[in-house]
Design a protein around this ligand. Structure first.
Ligand code: AMP
Length: 372
């Protein structure tokens, strides 16, 4: 039995625990907010301090990138933490992330770092309008972001950004050229300590109000898949990465630009639970526990729909063929990621039909991206 400590006690740690059980991998989780070591399924407090948990487990990993650096350093000192903390830091700080992408020579949106009002003028001169402005630290799901389209918005946007910079230590804004993309896609892959890499099929991702709503595995776009895989290898090798890593891209005229990296299992890879030979959660555990990687082949066309803010679904959803509901056991809150539905089918056309049937059952208000 291997013992794994996950930093973060949300749904990703929960799904790692579920995927680890058949391999005799026992997962415990550290809730960074409450500073408690908890059971990842029941959230029950364990009678262990973080220090004791670090000593007790074989491997330590993370389910999110916004981890206080002191905790990362403490875990890394044990020699058990995977991937390297530098990868977590790159995922949690857009300045480090941009340097990583440029060092790995992968295409990404031109950027400029803003600390002062004068920097904003320099960024506008260098990048031009429209631009997207993102807080360097702490932003996710589109939070901590501004769109600057016209000159008359500069002062009001600067006022908000200046507040954001002043509100926390070491904060800055990363200005990015606005990319008029055709669609957003992501690639989830896994690398082990030997440097072996396996990647899943690309996902096409649709967001609503900055939050992922629908991910569909892309079937048969070999050129795009190869392009993404090359970028994945360049970044994973640059980081000497161990574990599952997600890359989010903008697709523009068949060319990919990396938007951001997530040094962890990722929401757009949840369909791998039913659609791939080995799911992303199991493969992350395999990689960090130094076990052989599992196959990442797409076994059937698959999609995932996030359940946001709802804690129940009509039973008709479960009655649909190849529909799998995954609840996270969370208390209901508006807009909160409460669970997801994986849908599979024999062909891409049948998958669209299944999604349309789901669209007839589920309310448009909460599931706006389902075809109807
Ligand atoms: P992020 O937090 O970087 O993933 O950004 C959230 C969302 O904002 C992305 O999923 C895109 O839809 C959009 N976005 C981010 N950066 C850009 C950009 N440079 N150009 C256009 N849209 C962007």
């Amino acid at each position: 039995m291997k013992q794994v400590l996950v930093l973060g006690a949300g749904q990703l740690a929960r799904m790692m625990a579920l995927a680890g059980a058949p391999l005799n991998i026992n997962v415990i989780a550290y809730d960074v907010i409450t500073a408690d070591v908890v059971h990842p399924l029941t959230q029950q407090r364990q009678s262990l301090s973080l220090i004791e948990a670090i000593a007790a487990v074989d491997v330590i990993t993370a389910e999110f990138e916004h981890i206080p650096h002191a905790i990362l350093t403490l875990c890394a000192a044990s020699g058990k933490f995977k991937p390297h903390p530098d990868a977590i830091k790159a995922g949690g700080d857009r300045r480090i992330e941009k340097t990583l992408l440029n060092n790995a020579k992968v295409a990404n949106a031109p950027h400029h770092i803003i600390n002062t009002r004068a920097d904003l003028d320099t960024a506008i001169a260098a990048i031009g309008l429209p631009m997207v402005l993102k807080s360097a630290l702490g932003g996710y799901d589109g939070k901590g972001q501004w769109r600057l389209k016209t000159n008359d918005q500069i002062e009001s946007v600067w006022t908000e950004m200046a507040h954001c910079i002043a509100a926390s230590d070491n904060q800055a804004i990363v200005a990015e050229k606005f990319i008029s993309f055709d669609r957003e896609v992501s690639l989830i892959g896994v690398r082990n300590a030997n440097g072996d890499i396996k990647t899943y099929a690309l996902s096409e991702n649709v967001h609503t109000d900055g939050v992922l709503s629908l991910s569909t595995a892309i079937v048969g776009d070999i050129t795009l898949q190869q392009q993404a895989q090359q970028m994945f290898a360049a970044i994973a090798e640059q980081l000497n990465y161990i574990g599952v890593l997600a890359l989010e891209f903008f697709e523009v005229n068949g060319q990919l630009l990396v938007n951001e990296i997530a040094p962890r299992v990722h929401n757009s890879g949840h369909w791998t639970q039913q659609g791939a030979e080995t799911c992303q959660f199991e493969n992350h555990l395999r990689a960090v526990c130094d076990l052989p990687l599992g196959g990442t082949e797409l076994i059937r066309p698959s999609a995932m729909i996030n359940i946001l803010g709802q804690d129940s679904l009509p039973l008709a959803v479960l009655a649909l063929e190849s529909c799998h509901v995954h609840w996270y056991g969370k208390e209901q809150r508006a807009g909160r990621k409460m669970g997801h539905i994986n849908v599979c089918a024999a062909t891409p056309e049948q998958l669209q039909y299944q999604l349309m049937l789901l669209g007839q059952i589920l309310p448009q208000q909460y599931f706006p991206t389902l075809p109807r």
